[in-house]
Design a protein around this ligand. Structure first.
Ligand code: DAH
Length: 367
């Protein structure tokens, strides 16, 4: 080989061996194999040679060109592999690393009670309805046998909305068209009964509002589950059976129940349902005010006038209604001493009820 080409070849291959990156590869290629590179220059020299020497020299330059070309390609493949290996090392996932634990959430205690109650009502053939939280005086009171100035209204300290109807009733009392935040879920009896065909079994869970002094057992907002059943020949026995099924589901089968007379203007007779105190088992304590009983589910046989107000003939049909307090039931069940905890969204409090998720059924025998 031409000694000059030999020198070029050795130098080029030696340099190529030392190249570690892509810019180096590109520069080397440009230098030796580029249009104005070292080999191109050698080719241009052919013209200056004696005509007889030209073909052999030309062949040698081309051969060298081929050799450098394949050396470059080999180097390129090698560097690409190294690059990939480095990338793989950098991006690798350590599959031996323990996974991040996801903390399991839980339903709010009130939601848990609501779900258990509704599940039982479904099984008993009830449908679930919803009603507005902003309600007419007419539905909240008037058509439930509580006209303005009815003494039973004193039990419902009411948030009224400031509309002209607020003072349009007799001697400045709220007129039936006045708007208020519903103080109970009972107005849904009037709203829903005419919409559902007879016979009917309906529950209406929801929030209610009262202008109350807030204390460990009272809040200005709480939950109720209204329920009502109308059919031919419904009696107090149906009321007792239904309420017993639901309270057993929530408190366990061994729960002791007491049904007593009570008064609500929209039922006759009215019933107060109490469960045996979960703290003292009836001996009398602070939770039950010494009585041994906790009232959880007022109810009654629907008043004939209320049925009439819903377009139902009380001579042919009868029914019962109840209004359960899921917040109070939750407070009793988990012995929460201050119901305000239920509304403050403090995770330290709420996380204690996660365990209840793994035990969806109230334990048999547990009060
Ligand atoms: N509405 C009543 C309250 O909020 C609870 C109630 C009592 C509802 C008797 C009823 C019933 O349906 O029959 O205090």
């Amino acid at each position: 080989m031409d000694p000059q080409l030999q020198t070029i070849s050795e130098k080029a291959l030696e340099e190529l061996e030392r190249i570690q990156d892509r810019p180096g590869l590109d520069a080397w290629r440009q230098l030796y194999l580029g249009r104005k590179g070292v080999l191109a220059e050698q080719l241009r020299r052919v013209g200056q040679l004696a005509p007889a020497a030209r073909p052999a020299y030309g062949r040698e330059v081309h051969a060298l060109q081929d050799r450098l070309e394949s050396a470059w390609e080999a180097r390129e493949v090698l560097l690409r592999r190294k690059e990939l290996a480095a990338q793989a090392r950098q991006e690798c996932v350590d599959i031996t690393l323990p996974g991040r634990q996801r903390r399991l959430g839980a339903y709010h205690p009130i939601t848990q009670v609501l779900r258990e109650m509704i599940e039982t009502f479904y099984a008993l053939g009830f449908q679930v309805w919803d009603g507005p939280e902003v309600e007419l005086d007419r539905y909240n009171f008037e058509l439930l046998n509580m006209p303005a100035h009815h003494p039973a209204r004193a039990m419902h300290d009411t948030f009224y909305l400031d509309t002209p109807e607020l003072r349009a009733g007799p001697s400045g009392a709220p007129a039936p068209g006045a708007l208020l935040l519903r103080t109970h879920t009972s107005p849904n009896q009037i709203r829903i009964m005419p919409q559902v065909g007879l016979p009917l079994r309906v529950v209406v869970p929801g929030r209610v509002y009262r202008y109350e002094q807030v204390d460990p057992s009272h809040n200005w907002m709480f939950y109720q589950v209204e329920g009502f059943v109308v059919d031919r020949g419904i009696t107090l026995a149906d009321l007792k059976g239904t309420i017993t099924a639901v309270l057993r589901r929530v408190f366990g089968r061994q729960v002791r129940l007491r049904f007593r007379c009570d008064y609500f203007p929209y039922v006759e007779p009215g019933v107060d349902t109490a469960v045996g105190c979960v703290l003292c088992q009836g001996a009398g304590c602070r939770l039950c005010g010494g009585t041994g009983w906790l009232e959880v589910m007022p109810a009654g046989m629907i008043h004939p006038q209320v049925l009439r107000n819903c377009g139902i003939d009380p001579d042919r049909y009868s029914g019962f209604a109840f209004g359960a307090g899921p917040d109070r039931i939750a407070a009793i069940r988990w012995q929460i001493e201050d119901i305000r905890h239920l509304y403050q969204n403090d995770l330290r409090f709420l996380q204690q009820f996660r365990a209840a998720l793994q035990r969806p059924r109230a334990k048999e025998g547990a009060a």
